[in-house]
Structure formats: C-alpha cells, structure tokens
Design a protein. Structure first.
Ligand SMILES: Cc1cc2nc3c(=O)[nH]c(=O)nc-3n(C[C@H](O)[C@H](O)[C@H](O)COP(=O)(O)O)c2cc1C
Length: 240
C-alpha cells in the first residue's frame, strides 16, 4: 500500500514549530491573593491549562505582612472585617519576589471580592506595584466571588488603567449557590460556622466555594488563553 503525505501541510506544520522554537517564549506572571483558597484553586486550574502550551509561567502568591486567618472566629470580627473592606482599607503586603520584576507579556491578577471591592491585599499591590510590575504587560483579572462583583471589577479596572496597563475582560467566577443562601452561607463560614453541615441549611447550602465543574472550565480557559498568547506573539513577531 502507498501512503501519499500532504507535503504542503507537513512543511507549514514544521515551519510553525520551528518558528515557535526560535520565538522567545511567551512569559506570563500570575499574581494572586486568596484568603479561603478559592482564588488559589482557580489559579491552579488555570495554570494547568496554560502549561499545556510552551509558555513560561511564574506564579506568585501575595502575602499580607500580618497573616490573615480564615475563618475570622466569630460574628463581630467578621462584621469588622466587612466594614473595613467596604471602606477599602488597604492590607499591607510582603514585597514581591525578584522574578516579578522580570519582563512579562501577560499578567493574570486573581483575587476575591470583599464587600463589593477588590480585597485589601490586592489594593495594596496596585498601590505599590501598579506603575512597574503591572504597567508593562497586558493584565487579565480573575475574580472569585459569591455573586456581587460589578463594583469590584469596575474599580479594579479603573485602578489598573490609571497605571496605563492594558486590561482585558475579567474572568468572573461566582459561587454556584442561589441567594439568599450564598450570602448567608459565606457569612456563617467566614464567622467560623459550618452551614454546609447544618441539618436543614445544608439542603440550600451544600458547599462553600466553587464547584469542580467551574475549576474544569478554568483549565479550559487557561488552555485557550495560552493558545491566544502564542498566536498573538507569532503575529507580532512575524515580519511585515
Ligand atoms: C470579608 C469578606 C467580604 C466578602 N464580600 C463579598 C462581596 O461583597 N461580594 C461577593 O460576591 N462575595 C463576597 N465575599 C465572598 C468571597 O468573594 C468569596 O468567598 C471568594 O470565593 C473568596 O475567595 P478566596 O478564597 O480566594 O479568598 C466576601 C468574603 C469575605 C471574607
């Protein structure tokens, strides 16, 4: 039996891989803050998708100077935290590692919504690093919330654009629980209770946070993002 190979396809495929090899790798910096682990999970899933492509990824966790403990151990500390975050009180953060100051093509900035705002550590990050780390690359925010993210998204973009960043549409992830149970559940969880284990409440609030399906979607989003970054870089670096 004789096989006839489509030679033009083989040549163009090889040229594609040779170009990819010669091209400098796309460099992506992922900065995230996560108090109760949800944004961390989203970042993990997203980066798994990204890493299916030959891209360079550095993941940096933003750490408050004074560690914040979740849950807040009681109703009053939770209410206090909510008020502080509503007033956009900054939470001082530890310095970023040297790797964050290298050159990146893209920055992913992930974190939770707190009292309709970006969280205190993310606000500090933009104050301190908006004009250097975040200003040079295309920034894509990832927002983890129970459902009310609009003001957060608007303020975050406004802050980032002040530092002349190019900001892409945010990837928004809401807890897949209907209201009012989501608000009640997040509040009780933050105060140190376990609504998902409560006899009657668990029917309406079976789980805190994002679902396995959402994390899987994020892996796909990461892969699509990686592919887009590469094709953009190929277009930018192609002569003419
Ligand atoms: C102090 C506090 C305030 C919050 N305020 C909001 C809010 O205004 N809107 C919302 O949708 N979710 C709000 N949430 C829920 C978080 O955004 C949500 O649980 C998120 O998934 C947490 O992400 P993390 O685990 O990465 O910290 C709040 C949570 C906390 C602890």
């Amino acid at each position: 039996m004789v096989f006839i190979f489509p030679i033009d396809r083989i040549v163009s495929r090889n040229i594609f891989f040779i170009t990819l090899e010669r091209m400098q790798k796309v460099r992506i910096l992922i900065l995230y803050y996560s108090l109760s682990g949800q944004s961390r999970g989203l970042v993990k899933s997203f980066s798994e998708g990204l890493k299916t492509f030959p891209v360079h990824v550095h993941i940096e966790q933003i750490k408050p100077q004074k560690p914040l403990i979740f849950p807040f151990k009681g109703i009053m500390p939770t209410l206090k935290m909510m008020l502080q975050t509503f007033l956009r009180v900054r939470i001082p953060i530890q310095p970023l590692s040297n790797q964050c100051f290298e050159t990146y093509d893209h920055v992913i900035l992930a974190g939770p919504t707190w009292s309709y705002n970006p969280s205190g550590p993310i606000l500090s990050l933009i104050d301190e690093y908006g004009s250097n780390v975040l200003a040079k690359a295309v920034v894509t925010p990832i927002i983890s919330c129970r459902g009310y993210y609009r003001l957060h998204d608007y303020l975050l973009r406004k802050q980032l654009l002040k530092h002349s960043s190019r900001v892409e549409p945010s990837l928004i992830y809401k807890h897949p629980i209907s209201e009012p149970w989501s608000t009640l559940g997040v509040f009780l969880k933050s105060a140190g209770y376990h609504p998902e284990r409560n006899g009657w409440l668990k029917k309406y609030y079976p789980r805190f946070g994002h679902s396995a399906e959402q994390f899987a979607t994020l892996t796909e989003a990461g892969a699509t993002y990686g592919a887009n970054c590469i094709s953009r870089k190929l277009t930018d670096s192609s002569p003419g």
